[in-house]
Write a protein that binds this ligand. Sequence first.
Ligand code: 3PG
Ligand code: MG
Length: 386
Amino acid sequence: MPLLEDLEQRLGGLDGRRILVRCDFNVPLRDVPDGQPEIADDLRIRAALPTLNWLTERGAAVTACSHLGRPSGTPEERYSLAPVAERLGKAAPDIALVENLRFHAGETANDPAFVDALLAGEVVVRFGGAATSMPFDGYVNDAFGASHRSHASIVGPPQRLPSAAGRLLHREAEVLGGLRTDAKRPFVAVLGGAKVSDKLGVVEALLAVVDTLVIGGGMCFTFLAALGHSIGDSLCEPDFIETCTRLLGSGANIVLPADITALDAGGTVRQMGRSLPDGCCGLDIGPGSAAEFDDVIAGARTVFWNGPMGMFEDERFAAGTRAVAQSLADCRAFTVVGGGDSAAAVAQFGIAPYMDHISTGGGAGLELIEHGDLPGLAALRDSPHQ
Ligand code: 3PG
Ligand code: MG
């Protein structure tokens, strides 16, 4: 994969060169009454700075671009990158920023005409830079979190311009891709989150490489149902019970919660075993499970964690997720936290500094583990301009 140094060499230096950097500034936003939305977590902005600074230090004129949310191909003010521009302006003042790429239908449609317009500088820079129509000299993909999307700004530019992987993209690809091939054993994966159906591909891929797969979160109830437990009103995907039965019978080492923190029909929080009566809804793993998961994590040399153990936004159901986060912080293993909710949990519980790698990609990380490659990585490798 071409790196920043390769791009520098290919362009004969970067001084005065116009470089387009695709970032993933799709940050979580918090609504503010009567005001512009606020950035709830700026991990994705901070993580892009090493690449942006490296380029500007070498004299490049850098324009960043990104999507935000899922607008439907036309401008929608609530998806404006304005809050990102403000934050970025403080951290890296010399960077221009294009408005949300998904304000153009050509982005998600991977329309070649949109790629051309973007690289010709015709997609107007909205923040921190003059509106120009000068073509770019080079392209950098540092948008790991969006590199599972075959969208115009991810897969188009490497076909047309000298291109490189940014520092973030390179590190993410190395760490998450490396889990499939180079993880030190015992290798333990801890998966949570609401749905089995979302994670089936990654569950199958992980079962082929891990020593132990620990399952919590909403998705554990379909597995518990497959074992014949009554799960009350807990989240369940009946269409996937058969799949869970097959996975449990595959001889793989799968650890499920032995106890559950649940909300009963009367609205009381209760500690239960594995079987829940009707009207009772499991919303977190119980303390016994947290202790058992801790034993498994403590014995690992590599841990990958994706997905909360319960509804941690509600303090009554945060203990399981907090315990797993603490187990990762305390263990001696190389710890990798996969994006989205688990990264937010790690930040919320103040243990981010104790993790070895916190990924900026949720879906992208899971797809990289599942398939061993992503469209954005392949596009850089296959670039004819190297
Ligand atoms: C993400 O946050 O998952 C990435 O930025 C990709 O966004 P998307 O799922 O809307 O394509
Ligand atoms: Mg996503």
